[in-house]
Design a protein around this ligand. Structure first.
Ligand code: ADP
Ligand code: MG
Length: 729
């Protein structure tokens, strides 16, 4: 019966805001106290060891074992000063989130005494018994093992008495089994190719980094009501539930006041984030009820991703203290907005120049245009792959659903910049320009900063929008590891810059002046990448037609979207940038497919269980009560009166039976379809069956269940309703 639901609601209504006291008055007093950052390294390491770490961070130099020993020892001393007893390698397997295995520092000496030890060997490399992480068939689970290796570019930190060491995770034969390894390779490749291109403009540029500022959206629900929803517990989303009469239609949530229970959670989360050196900057309500966002100041991409994974972990633990559960799923509730994770992305030089920010002089603006246009060319060429990088079973609910970007990748520039590119494209018509033409172009290029200042035009329907000094990639899912998207995007730009340089150099060799050579190739790229530029409404049906005509990838079935991983074009990209070998690529595609299948399979099973064992029995009970009522009426009244008095009741009894019949038939069909699908050997084919044959049942079944929710007596309904899940006071 519905007792669990009512107990849960009662419990949730009794909650009081949990007071949180800041660790200190000023944030700067406790910011980063649990991070083994440069300040602490300087204090705890010898000069040599400190230099070794810095060189590893800045130039990717290897750290030798002797140095590693010194660094490990310094880390241990610092960590033990904070009461740390254990350490762990922290890695990002191809499932979701992060993985860790804790070991204590304690070792036994020959005479049996305990002593805290942490060697360079343990810092640098470990073999977790990780044979059950998905590997897409790379690693034979019986003989081979994967190992984790320290990533010095992301600092170690302390979480709950454990020293956490960010690492990569690779198979014994060197294939990546995680998200971080290919990301680091992509960033490295971008660094190399971007530096070479920057050299055209500024000889002082020796390093180019990619920056990422993520905006994490999430929902909060009360812990008690959550616990009364098996679908939320097992799948992260509600598989049924009629819309609340009031949801987001009044648009009163977005700028509304944050409820104090939630505000206290946010503050608590921020304090924890600050201690770990996560530069959280923004908190606010989102559009849907109970939906919020947290965003930090942007950081170097590898670190930003570690911080995003860490904050997702913190959100889960801190929310529990406040009797909330955080939902990171892309679509926890039907009918209201889902959650995404905008990836604000830019590239910058060691000389402090943001390459996606217009400069003050024509020269710096040439550099800006070079990076802008090459980005467009890269996204155009690899639009299908970039979409594959963000596709998932959760994100499929969001993309193309008129609240999130469409399932077609396009880039938005804003009117002025668009015009500017059009002008460059049309004006430079000859191989050799007249001095006048050159001046006109230089004048145009020189005036970019002014026009961008008032370029406040923001197209919310675009998946990849230029916002003044960065691109905002909006199609990333809220639960995703951003590394997947950032690997594809940065690798695509890296390869594009290589091509750009080759072409420019060819012209220079032929005797064309450098500036002219650059302009000529840019003009060519503006032309060829034109199909990716779209300023209109990405939600419209016309765009779908138009995009198909332009040759953009319009596939929306997730398993088919993954095909883009294995096209010759993607293979070429990843081989050239050394991001993935072909084996790794195949393995990765397989893992994504398997994960997709498993998620949809779990949802299908949970739906079956909930409907058969929770909903239908309740509905039938209620119907029996109606039948009893009608039978009673029949006994009391004459035939004529009975007809008059029971017509609606009889119709309702019939409606319920019809709905129950329909639901049971659909359930049966779904189970048969699932059984058939499970017999299919090949992952891609099986995933397609799950996406195109099984998944559609969910919507149909839920439609009838949600209608029944409105018919059945409220006090019998077993699951907390949307209105009970969605409005935290
Ligand atoms: P909103 O999109 O909500 O208006 P902003 O676009 O101002 O907010 O900022 C969102 C994120 O973009 C923040 O994490 C911010 O640090 C980041 N950001 C700002 N400038 C850059 C940049 N040059 N490169 C990467 N990220 C940036
Ligand atoms: Mg933004």
């Amino acid at each position: 019966m519905a007792t669990l639901r009512f107990k849960a609601i009662e419990e949730s209504m009794k909650r009081k805001p949990l007071e949180v006291i800041p660790p200190s008055e000023k944030i700067s007093d406790f910011y980063g106290i649990y991070v083994f950052d440069k300040v602490k390294m300087e204090k705890y390491l010898s000069n040599d060891a400190f230099d070794a770490v810095n060189e590893a961070i800045e130039q990717g130099q290897r750290i030798d074992r002797k140095m590693a020993d010194q660094i490990a020892s310094g880390m241990k001393t610092w960590a033990m000063g904070h009461g740390v007893t254990h350490y762990t390698h922290w890695f990002q397997p191809l499932t979701e989130g992060t993985a860790e295995k804790h070991d204590t520092f304690v070792e036994l000496t020959s005479n049996g005494a305990a002593i805290e030890q942490f060697s360079g060997k343990l810092l640098a490399q470990q073999e977790p018994d990780a044979s059950s992480f998905p590997s897409g068939g790379i690693r034979n689970t019986f003989e081979a093992r994967g190992y984790t290796a320290w990533d010095p570019s992301s600092p170690a930190f302390i979480l709950e008495n454990t020293l956490i060491i960010p690492t990569i995770f690779i198979s014994y034969t060197g294939e990546a089994l995680d998200y971080k390894t290919p990301l680091l390779k992509a960033l490295n490749s971008l660094d190399k190719s971007a530096v070479e291109v920057c050299q055209y403009f500024d000889k002082d540029v020796t390093k180019v980094i990619s920056n990422l500022g993520w905006e994490q959206e999430y929902f909060l629900v009360d812990e008690a009501v959550y616990n009364a929803r098996p679908d939320l517990i097992l799948t992260g989303r509600t598989l049924m539930g009629h819309a609340s009469a009031k949801n987001q239609q009044l648009e009163d949530q977005y700028f509304g006041q944050i409820p104090s229970r939630v505000l206290n959670f946010m503050k608590d989360l921020e304090f924890e984030a600050y201690k770990l050196g996560i530069p959280v900057k923004t908190r606010h309500n989102e559009v849907a009820p109970n939906q919020y966002e947290v965003a930090p100041i942007y950081e170097e991409t590898n670190l930003a991703i570690d911080h995003n994974l860490l904050i997702m972990q913190l959100m889960r633990s801190v929310s529990r203290k406040h009797n909330f559960i955080v939902l990171l799923h892309e679509k926890p509730f039907a009918g209201i907005n889902g959650s995404g994770k905008h990836n604000n992305w830019s590239v910058a030089t060691n000389t402090g120049v943001n390459l996606l920010s217009p400069g003050k002089t024509p020269k710096s603006n040439m550099q800006f245009l070079t990076f802008l246009i090459n980005t467009l060319a890269a996204v155009h060429k690899h639009n299908a792959l970039i979409k594959a990088s963000i596709a998932s079973s959760g994100n499929q609910h969001r993309l193309g659903a008129n609240e999130a970007p469409p399932a077609i990748i396009s880039a938005f520039l804003g009117q002025q910049l668009n015009q500017m590119l059009d002008e460059i494209e049309t004006r430079v018509t000859d191989e050799k320009m007249t001095p006048d033409e050159k001046t006109v172009i230089k004048l145009d290029i020189g005036k970019i900063p002014e026009i961008l200042l008032d370029n406040t035009d923001r197209n919310r329907t675009s998946p990849f929008a230029f916002t003044g000094n960065k691109f905002e990639f909006r199609a990333v899912g809220s639960s995703a590891n951003c590394a997947s998207a950032m690997t594809a995007l940065n690798a695509a730009l890296a390869a594009q810059l290589m091509d750009f340089k080759t072409e420019v150099d060819k012209l220079i060799e032929k005797g064309v002046k450098k500036d002219e050579a650059i302009l000529q190739i840019l003009r060519k790229l503006i032309k060829s990448s034109k199909p990716i530029r779209f300023e209109g409404n990405g939600y419209s049906d016309e765009w779908k037609e138009e995009a198909a005509k332009r040759g953009l990838d319009c596939e929306s079935s997730v398993p088919r979207v993954f095909d883009a991983y294995l096209t010759p074009q993607s293979q070429e990209l990843f081989t050239r940038t050394k991001v993935f070998t072909h084996v790794e690529m195949e393995a990765r595609a397989e893992v994504r497919l398997e994960l997709y299948i498993k998620k949809v399979q779990i949802e299908s099973r949970v739906l079956g269980d909930l409907v058969s064992n929770h909903i239908l029995p309740t509905v039938l009970e209620y119907q029996s009560m109606l039948i009893e009522n009608v039978t009673g009426l029949k006994a009391l009244y004459s035939e004529a009166d009975f007809k008059l008095l029971s017509a609606r009741r009889l119709a309702q009894i019939k409606d319920i039976s019809a709905a129950v019949e329909k639901i049971e038939k659909l359930l049966e069909e779904m189970v048969i379809t699932r059984k058939d699908a499970n017999k299919v050997e090949e992952a891609r084919e099986r995933a397609i069956l799950y996406a195109e044959k099984i998944f559609p049942y969910f919507e149909e079944i839920r439609y009838h269940v949600d209608k029944l929710e409105l018919i059945v007596d409220n006090k019998r309904w077993p699951l907390p309703k949307y209105r009970e899940l969605l409005f935290i006071r």
